[in-house]
Structure formats: C-alpha cells, structure tokens
Design a protein around this ligand. Sequence first.
Ligand code: SF4
Length: 341
Amino acid sequence: MQKNIQNNLITWYNKNHRHFPWRETKNPYYIWISEIMLQQTTTEAVIPYYTRFIETFDTIDKLAKASLEDVYKLWEGLGYYRRAKHIHETAQFICENFHGQFPATYKDILNLKGIGPYTAGAICSIAYGMSTPAIDGNVLRIISRLYALTDNIALTKTQKKISQIVSELLIGYDASSFNQGLMDLGATICRPLNPQCQNCPIAAFCKAKEIGQQKVLPISIKNIKHKELNYITGIITYQDQYLMIQNPAGLLENLYGFIQYELESPYRFMEEFEKQYHLPLSLVSYHGQVKHVFTHRTWHMHIYHFTLSHPYNTMYHLEDISQIPVSTAHLKVLKHYLKQK
Ligand code: SF4
C-alpha cells in the first residue's frame, strides 16, 4: 500500500481507535445523538448519557412522541440544554417530513435544527461513508501543523481553507475511518500542548515537525467577550417547600431554577419580587455565593434565604425537586444552601 497521509492515518485508526458505544453502529440516528452530546462535553461524560438515551428512545419515533420534560430529564447534568430541545424538535420534524427515517443527503442533514457543517459531515461520513469533511478544533489544529499554516484558525476564511484541504484528502479513501482517525489523533497524540510526534502515524508528512514549529501552531486568537454577571439568587421557602420557576426562552430555557435578579441588594430583590408576584417576602439569612461558568459568561450567585407567609403555586418539597429538570447552576446553589443551613 502506498505510503501517504490518508493510508497511514486510516491504518493507524483501524488498529488503535478508541472504543465508544456510538462506534459500534452505523445507525445515523444514534450517531447524530452522540455527536450532539459530544459538543462541549467529554467522551467519558457522554457515555452514560448516550447509553441511557438510546435505551429509552431507541427510535426517532419514540423520541418524537416523548414529552420535552422527559427528554430534559435524561439530559440533566449534561449542560447546554438547547441541544436537547433541538433534538426533540428535529425528531418530530423527521417524523413529519421523512417518515421517521433519518435523512440521507448532506443537504437535508445540514438543514436540520442544531446541526452545523461539522455534525453533518461526521454523520454523512460515519453512517453513509460519504466523502464529507468534519472540521472541528482537532482537525483545524492537525491540518495547520501538517501543512505549517500560519493563518488564524479562529477566522472563518481559514476554516474554509482547511475544509477544502480535507475534502481533497478524502477523495478515494474511507471517509469514516479518515475523519474519525483525525478525531482520535487530535484527542490522543496531536494534542494542543506537547504533541506526541514520536507516536504520530503521519509524522513523516508533517511540515510543522520538520521546521520545529509544532508547539507554536496552530495560531488561534479568539475575540470572545466574556461577561461577568452578579445575581441575588433567592431561596424562597414556605414551611418546608421551595419556590422554583421554569425559565423562559434564553440560556436555560424550560429548566427549573430559583428566582434571581441582577440587582445589588436583597432589599431590592424583595421589591422586585413583590412587584412581579404580588407577594411580600421576609429576609432571613445570607448564605455566601456560588459561581457558575458558561462559555461566554460567568454567574456569581449571591444566595439569600427569604420566606413567604403564603404558598405560591410552583413550590416543591426537597424530594420532589429531584423529579423536575433543574439547571446545574441552581442545583449547585441548592447543594450549597443545604450544606450551610
Ligand atoms: S507530527 Fe506532531 S505536530 Fe505533526 S501531526 Fe503528528 S503529532 Fe501533530
């Protein structure tokens, strides 16, 4: 067999690849679920969620017919809940428009909600063997090093250039093994810091290694504005029940949480609460603060305990809180409060 980048990578992948439950199947539905779960989440964390999800909803039809609450419940703790909502809506869309069969063209897959070029490329190549590139951070890094590209990989035009390079490399080769080979190489050998070039199956072709720049490349300068937000977060109780509300559209859409306002004092919180819910609060105690970091923002939640003299309609006993989908940020708040109490 001719020695080239593709053959070396594919042979290495077939011999050494990592074993995951989603690699035991070519079912595009299962691969889709795994790819969505793997966005922003590590493989180890995804395995139990993936297994439970597929056991519960083994067909697109079952997922489409489930309630959104049931889907959120299986997603609880995985974060970025908008993904779960998109999966649920997309399953319903597939049932209505594709008779419950996962679409089989790149264009139709890319048109599905929550699916971008990377996910569409991964599904098409892994499930259907199509020559579609799947460009993620790993691939951007490997190709930058392989060709000693000095372009900033945070820019769309560089990403397009790399996608073109991978498209050409794929022609005539096993796209599934090649794309997954890049994923594994990036995760285990061509790591962001200290790449293990001595173990790399494509080292002989790597320009960055040749010129000693593998610890410099890729260039990745992002311009992300990270917001720091301070909240007064209210643990509002009536006897042994806790007030929790379902979030409206936004960051933690449809998940339950405590009421919080971006205000500077618990007294202003009480005024705001009374204005909105027409119920007076009594301030009991301060319980310190909890920090929760999202991709583009950090919440600093200053926890105060308030009591109500009358119950409100969305109040839960502690044992019932485990039955509703609660945001991770507010589960942290509850845990902190109970420890302090
Ligand atoms: S030789 Fe080193 S830098 Fe080049 S692709 Fe392999 S691991 Fe990455």
